[in-house]
Design a protein around this ligand. Structure first.
Ligand code: BG6
Length: 493
């Protein structure tokens, strides 16, 4: 569809940015916070910094919210750290943990910023893993239920938009990256039992939100990578569908329909997989009606058929930030991912493909007909201050402008999109490359080496905040409700 006007965004559209507790807060030994599995996982990414200090949002949150207000934010998506709220296996709720989040939420509300809160973003308390068995155990469902009940009861008077679990699909599809597969002896089968337990946690949270939060709305947060067939060769289309099923569609179908699809059931049967469904589980899943999809999307992928006798290979992510260091997966008899000759790539070999965001919105709307908000989208880069201490991130401006324009075209196409919260507001810790891989509109003036040294010395670096060029650009765009594009659109339509 071609439009003779720039896209228009609805009144009341949520403009903001996004973060996650373990990636932004730091303060891991403060406020009575317990140890989390991600504290341990992040130490495996050395020489990059772990999450001990991160962006030190724990001490800078008021300053950060003031910057958000200056930028013109109407929303901010962040996560609560379960180990800050229920730090130990005695199950006691930490008053200090609640006080921290109460103060953050109050600060946001006082500045007219809608809090959009993720309940779980990879930071399970260590006691849940060690004493209950983590995602491998059904005991964890009860612990999660208790935790989310505390969250809804404490914050539900001010927080109306809730997100259940961040990127469940990515946690399962790439189990080793975030440590979910740790301790599993047969990941091929174990992943489906773990996935089922997470689904029950999600469903529990959805129902409790509706029961406890007046006017509360809740949705899942799939990590979405739109997948194109490499060519019009028919088997490439089947390959793209297979890749889509095994990395995202299986999860989205379950969230939206409250039951497992025929596709995944057939796969389990053909592969002798028992996902551990017990009496009452399917009723619980069916009863959990989500209100919207929160969607994380940074890139697209391209799939090609992989014959049954192809040599299998797992996904080796680019862990260096130097182009060309990524190895795509090969799944014999299903698909292989390949480079797309039509798009550019970031230094981490992520496709730069704004049009895929419009495609994704159309795809999700057609399949599920539920409102959508973007909860992550953004450009990770190596960044340094120039001689004047400024950060000129024109590449990020270009990326965001093109992506938001495509999102607007999806709105024009008839999709119901309620907000855009890119990753991230300040620089924060990436999942694998510390603070070296920066996403923020606001620079945090600290390096991985400085974070490592400060942690070893027991000191706290200043972590000064410096607005990047993208801050001013984004501010103009959102204050005009998506009309002041501040530059040429190259993927227009
Ligand atoms: C998303 C995650 O998948 O991608 C975030 O929800 C993550 O936690 C973001 O930080 C970007 O990925 P990375 O690896 O560049 O940090």
């Amino acid at each position: 569809m071609h439009y003779d006007h720039d896209p228009r965004f609805p009144e009341g559209f949520f403009w903001g940015a996004s973060s996650a507790a373990w990636q932004v807060e730091g303060g891991v030994n403060e406020g009575g916070r317990g140890v989390s599995i991600i504290d341990i996982n992040s130490k495996t990414k050395k020489p990059f910094a772990d999450n001990f200090i991160a962006a030190d949002h724990y001490h800078h949150f008021k300053e950060d919210v003031a910057f958000m207000a200056e930028c013109g934010f109407t929303s901010y998506r962040f996560s609560l750290a379960w180990p800050r709220i229920i730090p130990a296996s005695d199950g006691k709720v930490s008053a200090e943990g609640l006080a921290f989040y109460n103060a953050l939420i109050d600060e946001l509300v006082a500045h007219g910023i809608e809090p959009i809160v993720t309940l779980y973003h990879y930071d399970m308390p260590l006691w849940v893993e060690e004493e209950l068995g983590g995602w491998k155990s059904r005991e964890t469902i009860k612990a999660f239920e208790r935790y989310v009940r505390v969250c809804f009861e404490t914050f539900g008077d001010r927080v109306k938009y809730w997100l259940s679990i961040n990127e469940q699909n990515m946690q399962i599809a790439y189990g080793d990256w975030l440590g979910v597969s740790k301790g599993c002896t047969d990941w091929f089968r174990d992943q489906w039992r773990i996935n089922h337990i997470i689904n029950l946690c999600h469903a529990t949270a959805v129902n409790l939100c509706h029961e406890l939060v007046p006017g509360g709305k809740i949705g899942p947060v799939p990590g979405m990578v739109p997948i194109y067939p490499y060519s019009c060769e028919p088997m490439d289309q089947i390959a793209a569908m297979n890749a889509e099923e095994f990395t995202e569609k299986i999860w989205n179908d379950t969230y939206a329909h409250g039951e497992y699809s025929e596709f995944v059931r057939a796969y389990w049967e053909n592969n002798d997989i028992d996902p551990g469904i017990e009496p009452g589980d399917e009723e619980l899943m069916k009863s959990a009606k989500i209100d919207f999809f929160a969607i994380n999307c940074y890139r697209s992928n391209t799939a090609k058929w992989a014959p049954a006798d192809a040599k299998p290979h797992s996904y080796d992510l680019n862990k260096t930030g130097e182009k060309g260091n990524l190895v795509f997966p090969v799944v014999p008899g299903a698909y292989q991912l390949v480079y797309n000759p039509h798009v550019e790539y970031t230094d981490w070999d992520w496709e730069i493909d704004p049009v895929s965001l419009r495609y994704l919105m159309r795809y999700m709307w057609d399949h599920y007909h539920l409102p959508m908000m973007i909860t992550e989208n953004g450009f990770g880069a190596h960044e340094h201050k120039d001689a004047n201490g400024e950060i000129h991130d024109q590449y990020r401006i270009d990326f965001l402008r093109e992506n938001i324009y495509q999102l607007g075209l999806a709105v024009e196409d008839g999709c119901e999109v309620i907000g855009y919260n890119p990753w991230s507001f300040t620089d924060l810790l990436s999942t694998g490359n510390g603070i070296e891989k920066r996403y923020g509109l606001v620079y945090v003036d600290v390096t991985d080496d400085e974070l490592n040294e400060a942690e070893a010395a027991g000191t706290l670096p200043p972590c000064k905040r410096i607005k990047k060029d993208s801050f001013a650009w984004y501010s103009k765009l959102i204050k005009s409700n998506g009309q002041d594009w501040g530059g040429e659109i190259t993927h227009g339509c």
